[in-house]
Write a protein of this length. Structure first.
Lengths: 350, 395, 277
């Protein structure tokens, strides 16, 4: 009895002591959270930064864009992260949350682009798709093939059903689960764009925005689309084993596995480094990170980290981030964001 | 039927082991390239050795080895053969012994992960050039280096001495191992005494009434709660309420303590129950008090069983990632943690992170790290078995 | 001739359950009056009164479940460890009711030692087994004194010659008979006045049993001994008085020779002539 009480008291005491101790102590490393898509790029910069400066290597957590912004907007102070990575722009609801919690000034930095590819094994021929084909092949409900302005459950079984010019192969697509930013971006950039090619669906956007979103973003659940988890390496392995299947993932995984898999043409453009950089490949999205301005002068090394990230040797066309598969921005855009970082121009918070 | 089930499970287990070992064993070797680096005094100002342009020195060395390479693009491809870690290696060497300036030294530096993959046979030469991570020219350079005896596979010490890195050839599991160790130290320090004390109280001293029944049911329930729930609890209590630092082993240890406590309490109670009543009677019979009976006789006899339960609980904690995710220990951390409040990861987290990295060289490193984790688990479980064999009594 | 239905307690009249024979002795060591024991709702001992004399061996006999073990476990309050167990009545030793208030069971159990059915030495050395009691009761001031207690106790238990060269060996390594004598030595070491023995020979072979029985006879010089046994031969060999229990009632008490040759109660006669039990 006594022993137990004493131990419990000691344990609680330890927790309090550490808690109190930590609240006062300043953090001497940068804390970064956010998107798993930006993670492979941010970590390279962080490592480079840690090795070439006297500052500690920043700590980077892969929490997803939404999770990262939630942590980021929770408040100002050493217990909250300094930077969050995002594979989409901050939403107005997230800005409100930030302001509410006292995070009044944040700097938005766009760092480059990421292409989302639909790839298959090199053992088969590459597919030449349009976004309309993708929408028809993967949406839960599609316009009635017999004509008329009404939706039916997706009847297509093979790619040939979708578009006679495509091969007679069963539709089988491995892709990320709904929690993934990649899936959101794919739904928006590929499927929604494909849906818009039907004028009456496009018209729905004005009349019933909710229904429009549901039509464009809902993926079929009859087995043609297989949720393969967040591990993109696993998808690559499955594609190798099954030459008829297609996978959806970020360009960097295609870039690292060009010996095994190939990207499908979308609107006649194959996902290549140059194709995405030139803006020809349609399914690509910008990547960002957000900086808490109040932390810049508090946490050691913040300015230097920002400088490293926005230097030409990192995010430039020949920089080390491009080697890791990130698509650099055009010169003018890079310059614009470089200046934003130099001056720490905060985002308009409405 | 039973035999078939056992055989099937053994077959699957051996399949798992074979596949992991088959994929992972190559990661224990790493391709190194021997460079004759001239540390010219022009490039190395003795007063500014820390900030000198070491990558430049590596590049110059490579250019001098292949003077025919002229175009900018080709040069970049040439530089890409050597890991960016080479420059750091030379920097450390020079800082350690500044007298090297002005001399030419022969050093083995790690090759880039693509070259490593080529040497290990994971990159095929007969596929078209654009489908390879290495161009025909780069292949020719690697062949030339090999011909001069400058390419060698050596034991991959980096894997065991370094923290995480985005360059596979520089990545190691030491940081994660230290993180796991610190986390488990906290877990053991808290969960063993608390668990044993709770078990002793519940089994030996607590009155049997509704309260203790309720506590008992709750402990059994807690043992079955998914581990992620403990992560959520840790996030709410230790991070948000007590304000402990994110990603710190101390929080990981506390969370894993909560997770392993029920296991330890249940195992400890079973161990206490297994002590035959005749021993208690003997002690009580010579006039020992309840306290003396428990602490002099029952507890020492139950201790091996308690330790076994604790080790198994620890082994489970060692393999856990889910609760650590919630408290921020799933993170990219390069520096080796130096204390309980430094940011750190754990071994299974490192495996999870590497498994999700695009570079091909991380595939074999993932398997290698898994092997190391399995080795730890096997050692811990073997220890539990040995303890049981050694101290278990038959009554 | 006895009616077999006598084994059913409901059919034994109140009159027949009254103890036959003299329960009292002169100058008793222990005095039990109107002892009732309940396990929860169930009554295990019904209104038992009995004196235990000095320097005697008293045997408790009776069929299984008759309450003889329960009764001797009342004498040093070993029943306290069973949660549902409740004891009424008084048991007096040295003018103190051991079930009175503010009684510390620790010195009581030193005063009234116990040897159990199965030899249960501590899984420690022979020396530690014997020395444990004196240590916790603070009976020795120095190591030499403790050594002496251990030696005398082992000598009294007749084990000294066999184990004096292996005192550091584990007690559990001895043979069954030696283990039981070690347990007796352990009990003696805290200098009790009464030794309770709960079927001490039931787990032993005949030779070891004979050894223990001789020992019990020797120990009578110094201690009162209450022995529970299921062997009537043993009871007649070692005891001076015998008490016969039947389904929670103390049926008959008397000199051992009388009980086995001239039982007064029908139930006692049935038992010793082997009609049931």
């Amino acid at each position: 009895m006594f022993k137990k009480t004493i131990l419990l008291a000691a344990a609680l005491g330890l927790i309090f002591a550490l808690g109190a101790g930590n609240a006062q102590a300043a953090r001497d490393y940068i804390s970064i959270v956010g998107s798993s898509t930006v993670y492979p790029f941010a970590t390279v910069v962080a490592e480079q930064f840690g090795k070439t400066t006297s500052y500690k290597t920043p700590k980077i957590e892969s929490t997803g864009s939404g999770g990262g912004l939630k942590l980021f907007c929770a408040g100002v102070g050493v217990e909250h992260p300094d930077i969050t990575n995002a594979s989409r722009a901050i939403k107005s609801s997230e800005k409100e949350m930030c302001v509410k919690n006292g995070v009044k000034e944040i700097v938005e930095v766009k760092i480059g682009y990421d292409g989302i590819v639909m790839a298959n094994s090199k053992k088969s021929a590459p597919l030449k798709l349009t976004r309309r084909d993708i929408f028809l092949a993967l949406a839960k409900e599609v316009p009635d093939p017999k004509g008329g302005e009404k939706l039916v459950a997706n009847p297509y079984k093979t790619w040939k059903d979708v578009n006679p010019s495509l091969p007679n192969v069963k539709i089988e697509v491995l892709g990320p689960p709904p929690t993934s930013g990649t899936r959101d971006a794919f739904a928006e950039l590929a499927m929604e764009a494909g849906a818009k090619t039907f004028d009456w669906i496009k018209a729905m956007k004005k009349t019933d925005k909710k229904a429009y979103k549901a039509v464009c973003h809902t993926v079929r659940e009859d087995g043609a689309y297989i949720e393969a988890g967040e591990n993109d390496n696993l998808i690559v392995q499955k594609l190798e084993a099954n030459p008829d299947a297609f996978g959806i993932f970020g360009f960097s995984f295609l870039d690292q596995n060009t010996d095994k898999i190939q990207g499908s043409y979308i609107e006649g453009v194959q996902p290549t480094f140059d194709g995405i950089a030139a803006g020809d490949y349609p399914v690509s999205r910008p990547l960002f990170f957000y900086v808490k301005k109040a932390h810049v002068d508090v946490i050691p090394g913040m300015k230097e980290y920002l400088k490293e990230f926005t230097s030409e040797k990192a995010w430039g066309p020949d920089g080390y981030l491009s080697e890791k598969g990130m698509i650099p921005m055009p010169d003018a855009e890079r310059k614009q964001y470089h200046n934003a970082v130099e001056n720490l121009t905060p985002l308009m918070m409405k | 039927m039973g035999l078939a089930a056992i055989l099937a499970s053994l077959a699957f287990l051996s399949l798992l082991f074979i596949s992991i070992i088959g994929k992972g064993y190559t990661a224990f070797w790493q391709t190194y390239v021997r460079l004759d680096v001239h540390l010219s005094a022009d490039q190395l100002d003795r007063t500014e050795l820390e900030t000198a342009d070491y990558p430049g020195i590596v590049k110059k060395t490579l250019r001098s080895m292949f003077p025919e390479v002229k175009s900018r693009g080709d040069k970049r491809k040439l530089y890409a053969l050597i890991s960016s870690g080479a420059a750091f290696q030379i920097r450390e060497m020079v800082l350690e012994d500044p007298d090297l300036v002005g001399k030419t030294v022969s050093v083995w530096v790690p090759a880039d992960d693509d070259v490593d993959m080529l040497v290990k046979g994971h990159i095929e030469r007969d596929v078209p050039e654009e489908a390879r991570r290495l161009t025909d020219k780069q292949l020719a350079w690697v062949d030339a280096l090999t011909g001069e005896g400058r390419v060698e596979k050596r034991f991959n010490r980096t894997l065991f001495t370094h923290g995480d890195s985005r360059e596979p050839e520089l990545a190691g599991i030491w940081g994660a191992t230290v993180g796991s160790f610190l986390t488990l130290a906290i877990t053991l320090l808290l969960s063993f005494p608390i668990g044993v004390a709770s078990a002793v109280y519940l089994e030996e001293f607590a009155p049997k009434n509704r309260w203790t029944d309720l506590i008992e049911v709750n402990i059994n329930n807690l043992a079955a709660v998914p581990s992620i729930v403990f992560g959520l609890l840790g996030l709410a209590v230790f991070l948000n309420f007590f304000g402990l630092p994110r990603s710190a082993p101390v929080v990981g240890g506390l969370v894993l303590t909560l997770m392993t406590l029920p296991t330890i309490i249940i195992a400890s109670r079973a161990a206490l129950l297994a002590v035959p009543p005749s021993i208690r009677e003997a002690a009580l019979g010579v006039g020992a008090s309840k306290m003396q009976t428990v602490f002099h006789h029952v507890l020492p006899l139950a201790l091996p069983g308690m330790l076994t339960g604790t080790i198994i609980g620890m082994a489970r904690a060692l393999g856990e990632t889910a609760p650590l995710l919630m408290i921020g220990m799933v993170a990219f951390i390069v520096d080796i943690p130096g204390g309980f409040t430094d940011p750190s990861t754990a071994l299974p987290v490192q495996i999870y992170l590497w498994a999700d990295s695009p570079e091909k060289a991380f595939v074999e490193r993932t398997s290698a790290a898994t092997l190391v984790l399995l080795a730890f688990l096997i050692v811990m479980n073997a220890l539990a078995v040995v303890l049981r064999r050694r101290f278990e009594r038959r009554w | 001739m006895a009616d077999p239905t006598h084994s059913d307690p409901k059919l034994i009249s109140r009159e027949k359950r009254k103890t036959v024979g003299d329960i009292t002795v002169d100058n008793p060591r222990m005095t039990c009056r109107n002892v009732n024991v309940y396990y929860g709702e169930k009554q295990a001992i019904r209104n038992v009164s009995l004196d235990i004399a000095r320097n005697e061996v008293i045997a408790m006999i009776g069929p299984s479940g008759c309450g003889k073990s329960t009764f001797i476990r009342c004498l040093n309050r070993m029943n306290d460890t069973i949660e549902s167990c409740r004891v009424e009545g008084e048991i007096i030793i040295d003018d103190v009711n051991i079930y009175g208030r503010d009684i510390d069971v620790v010195p009581l159990r030193a005063q009234v030692g116990m040897v159990f059915q199965k030899p249960n030495p501590f899984p420690k050395s022979i020396y530690e087994n014997v020395a444990y009691g004196p240590k916790i009761h603070g009976l020795s001031q120095s190591r030499a004194e403790l050594d002496e207690i251990v030696e005398t106790s082992l000598k009294k238990a007749g084990l000294w010659e066999e184990v004096k060269d292996q005192l550091e060996h584990p007690g559990t390594g001895l043979s069954g008979g030696q283990q039981q004598r070690l347990c007796i030595a352990r009990t003696i070491a805290v200098s009790p006045e009464v030794i309770l023995m709960d079927e001490p020979c039931s787990a032993l072979d005949p030779i070891a049993t004979a050894r223990i029985e001789d020992l019990i006879d020797e120990l009578r010089e110094q201690y009162s001994i209450v022995i529970v046994t299921h062997s009537m031969q043993q009871a007649s060999r070692v005891s001076q008085r015998t008490a016969y229990f039947h389904l929670g009632d103390l049926i008959e008490v008397g000199k051992t020779t009388d009980i086995f040759t001239r039982p007064k109660h029908q139930l006692t006669e049935d038992y010793i002539t082997g009609r049931f039990g």
